[in-house]
Design a protein around this ligand. Structure first.
Ligand code: FRU
Length: 445
């Protein structure tokens, strides 16, 4: 059990009228439409580390660098149009956010560049170079995304963060795409003939918070990023999942019982006022008529108001006709009065839209071990249930992530992974998951 004792702030006690409003622990959101499900405080309060969800300890100092000369973090594989790992002339391809290895770990997000790697055995990766020709991608830098191959055409989706050429770094996030041609020959793997890059999604302010809304009043985090292409095998329709925040300014979101949990739980648990800052959500948009540059925004699949501020890199794996929706979050993104590890969280539903229930009762699927709480992050579940993540910070001797930036550059570099973490095998049975096995770092089987 890793519950922190945060100081309870002024308690907001729920009005009895709200408590008795015919609530179910997974009721739909009033504003979000019927499909939006709340990850409740009650569910998140069940988070417990155990044998089934806790990762084996990784000694970060012993990992070989995937790309000497570069830090590597968020990584995704090239998928085919059916959602399987693509194989092109015998090659697998992965994409990673990267930055030169002399950049301090805390600064890598400011200059993130997507580079690609290719491999025949899924273990030994060759760095191919930058995915896009210099100066063609949108944003002042590019954050996480996804990629799908149709024939020899790659459809790349990414987060355009900031604006091209901006003097002062901004954190605006928009979802962008470009199409190119994949070539593999005796010289290796490369991309050619890129189309113009286009912005295809921006926050609408209703379901998904805009940067301006995030800056209003109480302020808070802001996210509109990490587009993950997904094809529903039941209908053949294509979608993009993404990380967002609930629309509106956080100060204007009154506490609802449906954010808290069952009437019994809500009666017995007060909610600290500071919890209002948490408004993470998982967004979805539908591709219209198979044209990947035209997507229609839909209400979020999950909202974590008063629960968690960031639901990162959401993605879905279909197994036994069920939809398993996974996302990553950090220790310090939990709302006041709740706690959870740097981990991967998951939900299951019989349909793509609506009905998601947290896996394992709480949502927790993978957690770093308490002795190395930041050892890995940004996990992605592949279609075969292998999970790829990156090695983050290790051997910190109890130091919190916020203190790392105050240490010497030598300290920071020596504790930063910046490469792929051991691949992990997950098993799933209905709404239960288990860490089964660990393989070599970055192995895409
Ligand atoms: C997760 C993440 C992503 C984002 C990227 C930026 O590690 O926060 O959500 O795209 O890092 O570097």
């Amino acid at each position: 059990m890793i519950r922190k004792n945060k100081q309870a702030l002024t308690a907001l006690v729920l009005a009895a009228s709200v408590v008795t409003s015919g609530f179910s622990s997974l009721s739909a959101s009033a504003e979000g439409g019927d499909q939006t499900v709340h990850w409740t405080r009650e569910q998140a309060s069940n988070i417990v580390l155990n044998q089934d969800n806790t990762l084996p300890y990784t000694d970060i100092g012993k990992l070989e660098k995937l790309a000497p000369g570069y830090h590597v973090w968020d990584t995704w594989p090239l998928l085919d149009r059916d959602g399987n790992i693509a194989s092109f002339k015998g090659y697998k391809v992965i994409f990673s956010l990267t930055a030169p290895s002399d950049v301090l770990p805390g600064k890598v997000h400011d200059i993130a560049t997507i580079r690609y790697f290719y491999s025949k055995n899924g273990k030994d990766w060759t760095l191919g170079g930058e995915l896009f020709p210099k100066g063609t991608a949108l944003g002042s830098r590019q954050w996480a995304g996804s990629a799908m191959l149709d024939g020899d055409q790659i459809h790349a989706f990414y987060t355009a963060t900031g604006r091209e050429g901006e003097k002062q770094l901004t954190y605006e996030q928009r979802i962008a795409t470009a199409t190119g041609k994949l070539v593999a020959d005796s010289k290796g793997v490369r991309f050619e003939n890129w189309s113009e890059h286009r912005i295809i999604l921006e926050p609408d302010g209703k379901y998904y918070q805009t940067k301006e809304q995030a800056q209003q009043g109480e302020g808070g985090g802001y996210a509109f990023r990490d587009p993950m292409w997904f094809k529903d095998p039941k209908t053949g329709k294509e979608y993009l999942l993404f990380e967002g925040n609930s629309g509106g300014a956080v100060g204007e979101r009154a506490l609802e019982q449906e954010y808290v949990g069952s009437p019994e739980y809500a009666r017995q648990h007060s909610v600290p006022t500071g919890a209002v800052h948490a408004n993470g959500n998982i967004g979805i948009a539908e591709v219209e008529n198979g044209d990947l540059t035209k997507v229609k925004m839909l209400p979020p699949l999950i909202e974590a108001n008063y629960v968690n501020e960031e639901l990162e890199r959401p993605h879905i794996v279909v197994k036994d006709k069920k939809y398993y929706l996974f996302t990553d979050s950090h220790i310090n993104k939990y709302a006041e009065g709740l706690s959870g590890p740097e981990g991967m969280y998951g939900f299951v539903s019989d349909s793509l839209i609506g009905g998601y229930q947290p896996l394992n009762g709480s949502g927790l699927v993978l957690a770093n071990p308490p002795a190395n709480p930041y050892q890995a992050y940004s996990w992605l579940v592949l279609p075969n249930l292998n999970v790829v993540g990156f090695a983050h910070f290790g051997n910190l001797d109890g130091m919190s992530i916020g203190e790392i930036g105050n240490q010497s550059p030598e300290f920071q570099f020596s504790r930063f992974g910046g490469t792929l973490a051991p691949t992990v095998k997950l098993s799933i049975k209905d709404d239960r998951t288990k860490v089964e096995q660990q393989y070599d770092p970055g192995w895409i089987k």
